[in-house]
Write a protein that binds this ligand. Sequence first.
Ligand code: SF4
Length: 482
Amino acid sequence: MKIMISYPPLKGEGYPTLGQNRQFQWFHNPSYIYPMVPAYAATLLKISGYDVIWNDSIAEKLSWEEYVKLLEKEKPDLIFYETKTPVVKQHWQIIEKVKSILPYIKIVLAGDHVTAMPQESMLNSKIDFILTGGDYDFLLLNIVKWIEKKENLEPGIWYRENGEIKNTGIFKLNHDLNKLPFIDRDLTKWKLYGEKFFKYSPYTYTMIGRDCPWAKCTFCSWTTLYPNFRVGSPEKLLDEIGFLIQKYGIREIFDDTGTFPKGEWLKKFCEGMIERKYNISFMANFRFDYINEEIAPLMKKAGFRLLKFGLESANQKTLDRLCKGTKVEDIEKGCRIAKNAGIGVHLTIMVGYPWETKDDALRTLDLAKKLLDKGLADMLQSTVVIAYPGTPLYRQAVENNWLRFSEGEWEKFDMTYPVFKFSDMKPEEIMKICDEIYKAFITPRFIMRQILSIRSFEDFAFLFKAAKAVIGHILDFMRKKG
Ligand code: SF4
């Protein structure tokens, strides 16, 4: 059987952030995150003896015509698509078109939106299978083997039989991540992927955990896919890093687990990095309450160059309502601990909570400015909060009539407009604050500090790339209508 793991071309204002992205938006000058779980799926299918094609039309910038030519040439028997709320309706149309080109084809759809609302896509499209939960790899292999009549279907799969829609119940995240092979990087075109914060080339991604040990934030779309946390062993990640260094000469890695594990797991990992003398630059997503004075120096010694923290808001009432599990005072403290240890800090911030006033939003902007100006943060990324179906925030939004759009107007959840109604702010003011947060970089002190930190050509190239990214994001926000 020939299987294509595919991101087909999508229509919109720029390029969509889809694979591996917990939030969706359109960018004009994007970088692409390596879709880790689909890459595991491709690898698992290949080592199970199937013919696998990796197609990322978004990262490869293929037009629809080029995509059709590829389908006609490769003639896959089965295609896997990952979708998200703002483009699910486009995927329904694509399924229809692809089936008219290759009538025998079976198509599998996955992602947080269809995990939350599988029936909607079964009813509105000709999709053959919906795979719910985030174990795309294990479940896709299971579907393929079921088609070949070798296995029963596992829980979490929707399918059609004799014209009826059927399902195998609620998905179970009971697959052992230690049993996964290392991702086949050549098969999955690893060179296509890398965000602008990478500094040392060649670089790549890993993902040892699914997805976050906290898994409680009410807005987080990936808690729909992974309501509980599993992680491979520190040795497994260390072995994969060793393999990447040896085979590809990798110098920098970002592990895109939603939140990198803490405690004994982290200690073992750091000690392993030091013992094995890997000497590469490492980055991960982390939480302010996970960093402390004991672990930070060890992380630095192990090669951690940058940590990404979700600041979300400078207002305690918002952090509490989001079930973020952190205190406002943890934010500056966590940044300081990381920076004192010599680890860079990348902050992600959100604006546009339906309960926040303009003053609340401006407080978040002020905190971001302060942290950058004091040298406690190196980069920040701001987004407009979106309530994705499946999240507690979406349920609250529906119950409280917070949404500006009706259920089904999914294309409007693409961050071009805020989705919420606000008591004292217009949507365009939210977009402006989001834009201001990006501009918070541009203070004379911050710029001077960056210039003085240049020690090598790599530092210069990185700074140039980062400046271009900030300008690109500001332009993207200016294009949005608000
Ligand atoms: S800490 Fe981050 S990854 Fe974890 S649930 Fe919250 S937003 Fe999601």
